[in-house]
Structure formats: C-alpha cells, structure tokens
Design a protein around this ligand. Structure first.
Ligand code: FAD
Length: 209
C-alpha cells in the first residue's frame, strides 16, 4: 500500500531523510527513504519536458489507435498514431508522422480501450491481463497550526479495516504531508493527505465532497 510504504520508508530511513532533491543514499534495506523535490514530483516532469523541448511534448492529447505498418511486403515500416486533441496542430502532426517505435506507458485499462492494427488488419491484445484498478481519491486538508490543539507527530496514520468496521471510519489512512515534506505548506500550517476508496469503499472514492 502507498500509505504503508510511505510511512515505513520514513521510519526505516536513517540520517537526514528530509533532504530534498535527491534519492536516499546508502545500500541495503534499512536505508530506504522517501524523497521528493522542491515543488514535488512535478519538478521531475517539468525538467524532462524542458529537456526534450516544447514541440516534442503533446499535452492533452489522447491516443485513440495505433497502426503498425509492418507488412512484410511494405517498404515503409513504422507506426502511425491517431490521436484526439484540443490542439489541431497536434492532431495533424501525429497524422502525418511515422514512428520507428512506440513505447506504451499508459495504464493497461487505457491500452485495452485503444485500437491496434497490424498491416491494416485489427490486432487484438488478448494476451494482456485484466487488471482491476481500485478507485482512490485524495482529500487534502490544511489547518492553521494555532487551531490544532495537539499537534500530530510522526508521518501518518493507517486505519486497518477492522477499525473501519468497528468505529465506522471510512478513510484508509492519512499522511501528515507537512511533517514528511516541510516545504509543502506555509510555516504556520499543517497539511494532511487523506486516502479514500480502495476495495472496501469503492463508491466513496467517487462521492462528491
Ligand atoms: C493517490 C496516489 C498517491 C501516490 N503516491 C505515491 C508516492 O507518494 N510515491 C510513489 O512513489 N508513488 C506514489 N503513487 C504511485 C505512482 O503515482 C504510480 O506508481 C506512478 O504514477 C505510475 O506511473 P505510470 O507512468 O506507470 O502511470 P501514470 O502515472 O498513471 O501515467 C499514465 C499516463 O498515461 C496517460 N494516458 C492514459 N491513457 C492515455 C491515452 N489513451 N493517450 C495518451 N495518454 C494516456 C494518463 O493520462 C497518464 O498521464 C501514488 C499513486 C496514487 C494513485
């Protein structure tokens, strides 16, 4: 579980685990630690975006189908990608380009909704396993420190299913985000991230706030 992992990695971390901008150092199981960047993981995505250049990144563009023109008789090998995008130029660019290779990193459930063709004929990806993705929502709350009578210490709390049943608690757990990553909230506030949903509370993940 994400929450267990985050809490355990904090607890097992040795040394200055609040250090930002790099992975934890050292080898071995006891040296695992959570890390992030100033500004969160988006910093990494932004850096990659900058590196490859604006014109090579197509945001808000959904891949609908992929065609492998890998007909043994055809001289032009490669992939064509058909996309839906609010940006007309992205659509056109994809339509007119052929790609040597495609690396697919979309979740399997999304890949299963895409249409694939090989040499003009439908190519069925029936070898892909069916994965049950559990719905999960996050609730982020912030409180002024002066309003919190007893400050929470540690990195978070887990609510075992038994406790959920016994006390009617519906959340899976809460990370004390501002304790784990002090730059995430203004100095005078506590920030919490609560996980809702999972296998026992599927409907709650989509419930209105
Ligand atoms: C609430 C939550 C908290 C988490 N917290 C942590 C954490 O603290 N630390 C940690 O290490 N991990 C965390 N994780 C796990 C981590 O987010 C995932 O393991 C990671 O994002 C998986 O990366 P991915 O690239 O495989 O998939 P994703 O991040 O899901 O990326 C897949 C991308 O494919 C795009 N896509 C889908 N279909 C199409 C299509 N047809 N065309 C074009 N694009 C498409 C999606 O829009 C998406 O951007 C968390 C996950 C959740 C849900």
């Amino acid at each position: 579980s994400l929450i267990v992992g985050a809490i355990l990695s904090k607890l097992t971390a040795k040394g200055d685990s609040s250090k930002k901008g790099g992975a934890s150092s050292g080898k071995g199981r006891s040296k695992r630690a959570s890390f992030s960047f100033h500004g969160g993981m988006q910093t990494l995505v932004d850096a990659l975006h900058k590196e490859v250049g604006d014109s090579n990144v197509k945001l808000g563009t959904q891949v609908l189908s992929l065609a492998c023109n890998c007909d043994e008789l055809s001289a032009s090998d490669g992939w064509s990608i058909f996309v839906d995008s609010k940006d007309a130029s992205s659509k056109e660019l994809a339509k007119n380009q052929s790609f040597d290779a495609v690396i697919m990193t979309a979740p399997l459930s999304n890949v299963q909704r895409m249409r694939f063709t090989k040499g003009g004929a439908p190519f069925v990806l029936d070898f892909l396993p069916k994965v049950d993705y559990l719905p999960l929502s996050l609730m982020v709350t912030a409180f002024k420190k002066e309003d919190v009578k007893r400050p929470l210490e540690g990195f978070g709390v887990l609510i075992p299913f038994k406790e959920q049943q016994k006390h009617g608690l519906k959340t899976l757990g809460t990370l004390f985000s501002s304790m784990m990553f002090p730059d995430r909230a203004p100095n005078d506030q506590y920030l919490f991230t609560t996980f809702i949903g999972g296998s026992h509370n599927r409907d709650l993940a989509g419930a209105p706030t």
